[in-house]
Ligand binder design. Sequence first.
Ligand code: UT7
Length: 320
Amino acid sequence: MMLRSQIAGCGGYLPERVLTNEELALRLDTSDAWIRQRTGIAERRIAAPGELTSDLAVRAAEQALGRAGMSGSDLDLLVVATATPDNTFPATAARVQARIGMKRGAAFDIQAVCAGFIFALAAADNALRLGQARTALVIGAETFSRILDWNDRSTCVLFGDGAGAVVLNAVKGSSRGILSTHLHSDGGGYEALYVDGGPSSTGTAGFVRMNGREVFRQAVEHLSEVVAEALAANRLAAADIDWLVPHQANIRIIEGVGRKLGLSDEKIVVTIDRHANTSAASIPLALEAAVEDGRIKAGDLVLIEALGGGLSWGASLIRW
Ligand code: UT7
């Protein structure tokens, strides 16, 4: 009988410090009105000095495990999606593994920037369906505030810090769970969104550099394609979708994809106003919010989609 990865619990964590648009406008040539109109962002969270990606990841992980009625020792796979690891190596997942008391199995990071959560979810789902693991924790965790050029208004206003996590269980013969995952990359788009540092190039961590207009154009195009691919693979129609939980990069991209699918705004989970773009953390944070406030319920059809640096993009359909 077919194995499927079922969601057993979600968790999220946001650092305490809130940074508003108004505060940014005091030190940069920008305005609350510009940021809200062009992106949908009102505020973002910033990790405290010394608060690392692994710290955020552990908080989200503990909440997800608690809600699943599980502990770290029940897990046999841990995948952390992050573009802002604590150190160049080992994987941030190794530190998280030790801190949540996970004693067996494998722990590794996945690097697909803003699409990272979907890539990590796909890796875990594949392992569960193949029987390589029975219980997995997938985390998206980022401290983008550490790789922002705070003098570049075209990038520093867009991002925030945070972490989200989901626990997956391999279950036999259920119609609920991850229905499919769809991943794509186009390395030809490397320079549209990258960090101008790294261990092999400059020896420094570097800062985010982005051709916003180009990434915007590619996002609308590729997200529409991959969403159509996910629906077709499951013989489902846009009208079957209960919730669109998109990567939160720009409200205009989110609404553009929603419009193409003919979804009403009430079916789209939006957190960008409060979280800004938290890269790999944005989707699991949005899932956690919508599950906790009672919007996403057992049996609902949930569509997630994201595009980010690489370029890399993907989508997944989940019967909750
Ligand atoms: O998660 C990873 C994927 N990332 C994305 O999906 C991001 C995709 N791109 C975007 O979201 C948008 O392109 C941005 C929000 C980054 C920019 O919005 P835009 O509508 O594409 O603006 P633009 O880059 O074309 O800039 C328009 C104007 C420019 O001024 P001029 O040249 O028209 O005089 C910019 O200099 O806005 C200016 N500008 C700003 N003004 C005030 C750029 N940033 C700011 C700012 N405040 N923070």
